[in-house]
Design a protein around this ligand. Structure first.
Ligand code: BTN
Length: 258
């Protein structure tokens, strides 16, 4: 699909309140997270979005690399939520991706705890969330989103987890421009909802396909095995271990046992 991304094209009629007030687009970048961090240090506007066509040093969770060649969507969004809203940001990000993909494709993505977006049990999108406080300044959160959009099956074999792309699932390419615009609109809407004391918990839980499944969870150096029983309102996973104990997982990497 011949389609050129530009900041202006993305911004056109975006009609969002916060997200996309400033858009930084470059055809190539090491990582949109690095650029976002520099923006934060420079005192950027909340809602700034950093987008690239290709990352040369993309970052995944737990220090892993993230492959994002041309055809993917790689972007970071800078938000400044109150500390009390931090646990909702994971829900904002994963629901926004899920709705944006669903609306553009008609596919039915699901969420693998905490924030992988899956189609047919294969990962189509990874989300990385970094929060911090600038010295003498405001709290900030950077949401990094990488979606395998028009990505050929050849690339999908190069990653360590079962992965897919929208192209692979749909059998045709989709407009990245439309997907990005939908995604930014969804993030804006859901972020405004939590800022106005709305809750996304029920919605998020509804799409979590991890619940009820037998899983391995890697938390730091420890590995736990059991059934993913429930999630707390602040997004923690409650795991019923083999020994029958209920273990709270705040952050970790889940592998579903089939
Ligand atoms: C994961 O490990 O699942 C998270 C992957 C997050 C990748 C995105 S792509 C845009 C942003 N820039 C990065 O370097 N990483 C995130």
């Amino acid at each position: 699909m011949k389609e050129k991304l530009t900041g202006a094209a993305i911004m056109e009629c975006l009609n969002t309140t916060i997200v996309g007030r400033k858009i930084i687009y470059q055809s190539e970048m090491p990582s949109t997270m690095d650029t976002a961090r520099k923006e934060v240090l420079g005192g950027t506007l909340e809602g700034t979005v950093i987008i690239t066509d290709e990352q040369t040093a993309g970052k995944g969770r737990i220090g892993r690399p993230w492959l994002s060649p041309k055809g993917c969507v790689a972007l970071s969004v800078i938000l400044c939520p109150e500390v009390s809203l931090l646990s909702s940001i994971i829900m904002v990000a994963s629901l926004a991706v899920l709705y944006a993909i669903r609306d553009i494709t008609g596919l039915n993505p699901m969420i693998k705890w905490p924030n992988d977006i899956m189609i047919n049990d294969k990962k189509v999108c990874g989300i990385l969330i970094e929060s911090g406080v600038k010295e003498g300044g405001k709290d900030h959160t950077i949401i990094g989103i990488g979606i395998n959009v028009n990505l050929d099956a050849v690339y999908l074999g190069k990653v360590s987890v079962p992965a897919t792309s929208i192209l692979n699932e749909l059998g045709r390419e989709v407009s990245r421009l439309k997907l990005i615009r939908n995604l930014l609109i969804e993030i804006d809407k859901l972020y405004l909802c939590v800022r106005n004391e709305g809750s996304l918990y029920e919605e998020w839980r509804q799409y979590l396909d991890t619940l009820g499944r037998q899983v391995y969870v890697k938390m730091g150096e420890e590995i736990f095995e059991g059934v993913a029983e429930s999630v707390t309102r602040d997004g923690n996973l409650m795991l019923r271990t083999r020994e029958g104990n209920l273990k709270r997982i705040i952050a970790g990497d889940v592998t579903i046992r089939y």
